[in-house]
Design a protein around this ligand. Structure first.
Ligand code: 5CA
Ligand code: ZN
Length: 413
């Protein structure tokens, strides 16, 4: 599927070092490095209610990571999915009387425009689940043959069997809890909350996730090597990531709401398919809240990028609002935070413009300090503070700092 246009990234003198990122699995900072090409998978949207500030904050975190990798002289290979077939999407389409495919297409288009406005780097591979149904079914078939998947008869006699992953049947590379470090009670609660079906009869374990849902009347389905049906959620991302990036890629990213069961199970499926870990680093962003609760489609407390833009808000100010919070912290969107970012944007623009007065702060040293802030777990609030201080004094080379702000923070002044 086509992604969106790529923003220009100016080159900078010197190189930054390879960044360290917090890894959810090992609960510590890890150098995000696997050779000359950094390979990144970030879970994409389920296309309805796009693009809210939580989505934008998550994609911006991995945009920043890519900018640091590029500045470190690495090649970057970035892949992202679109979950364009899933229960919540079908439910929303049914509620609003819109065809689910039209809903998905129009929301993906809106998402593309928002990403482009925010200067987010596009994925090299932007893959809709409906584009790779054969590959997903084939992976499910291989899991069945390998004995790590099993059939559960459907309640409806007309349908075939649903297929589940046996989460206890893998060993070595991945065991349940390897990514999330959660205890069984916490896993059960999150599984129930986030699309799992712990009460489904016939499963070997309540936490076993669905790999393939047999066709039901009134639901979209596709003929496949494992019978007519549609894929479960986690196997989609395992298959797309393995297809595009190969096993043991550098970073698997997404919001912290995906740690369990989604990233836990995606890693499990991939380990069962390839015999290797899915990724080196499992990285997660904090949740953006609004009006006291996590910004989410189900609660409807959404601040949309497109709505702010059509109200005349500068996309660069949105970007600076998001960058002012560390990607791993949970925080709440507010009008005041946006106003602070708008003030910062106008100060930086005035003080770094072509005819700004020269000052005594070294642009080279400021660039080095920005690089160092980002190198250690993408500390963007610190990087903004570094620029604020330099701008307050006045810099000796405004053009260089402008290039640095554009390349590393994605804000063109
Ligand atoms: N399609 C799946 C992933 S395969 C999905 O979670 N889609 S989503 O549209 O619900 O979310 C898209 C991305 O935004 C995910 O990485 C998710 O973790 C992140 N996200 C969703 N809500 C928030 C929020 N309030 N704050 C931060 N990130 C969020
Ligand atoms: Zn995913």
């Amino acid at each position: 599927m086509k992604a969106w246009n790529r923003p220009e990234i100016p080159t900078l003198p010197g190189l930054s070092a390879v960044p360290c990122l917090y890894d959810t699995s090992t609960r510590g900072l890890v150098e995000a490095h696997t050779g000359d090409t950094a390979r990144l998978y970030v879970c994409g949207i389920t296309p309805y209610d796009a693009t809210h500030m939580g989505h934008a904050a998550t994609y911006l975190a991995y945009d920043t990571l890519q900018r640091v990798w590029l500045d470190a002289g690495l090649e970057v290979h970035f892949a992202q999915n679109v979950t364009d077939i899933d229960d919540p999407l079908l439910e929303r389409a049914a509620e609003t009387g819109v065809d689910w495919q039209e809903l998905a297409e129009s929301q993906v288009e809106l998402f593309r425009r928002d990403m482009e406005a925010l200067s987010i780097l596009p994925p090299e591979d932007y893959v809709a689940v409906t584009e790779v149904l054969d590959e997903i079914a084939e992976a499910v078939r291989r899991l069945l043959v390998a004995g790590v998947a099993y059939e559960v008869p459907t309640p409806e006699s007309s349908a075939g069997s649903d297929i589940y992953f046996d989460s206890a049947a893998t060993d070595g590379v991945w065991t349940l809890g390897k990514i999330s470090n959660l205890d069984p009670a916490a896993m059960e609660e999150l599984f129930r909350e986030r699309g799992g079906d712990p009460d489904r009869e016939g499963k070997r374990d309540i936490l076993d996730p669905l790999l393939w849902r047999a066709a039901r009347d009134g639901e979209p389905s596709w003929a496949s090597s494992v019978g007519a049906g549609r894929p479960g959620w986690h196997i989609e991302c395992s298959v797309i990531a393995l297809m595009e990036l190969g096993r043991d890629f550098t970073v698997q990213g997404g919001g912290s709401d995906l740690i369990f069961p989604h990233h836990e199970m995606s890693a499990g499926h991939a380990a069962a398919l390839s015999g290797h870990p899915l990724a080196r680093v499992y990285s997660h962003t904090g949740m953006v809240a609004y009006q006291g609760e996590k910004m989410s489609k189900s609660l409807g407390n959404l601040v949309l990028v497109s709505r702010l833009r059509s109200a005349g808000v500068d996309a660069r100010a949105i970007r600076l609002t998001l960058l002012a919070h560390h990607y791993r912290s949970d925080w709440e969107w507010s009008d005041e935070a946006l106003e602070t970012a708008e003030d910062r944007l106008s100060t930086w623009s005035a003080r770094l413009s072509g005819d700004a007065d020269l000052g005594t702060a070294s642009s080279r040293e400021t660039l080095a300090a920005i690089r160092e802030s980002l190198r250690i777990d993408l500390d963007t609030p610190k990087a903004l503070a570094v620029v604020d201080s330099a701008v307050a004094i006045g810099v000796d080379d405004p053009a260089l700092l402008r290039r640095a702000v554009s390349a590393l923070l994605g804000v063109d002044l």
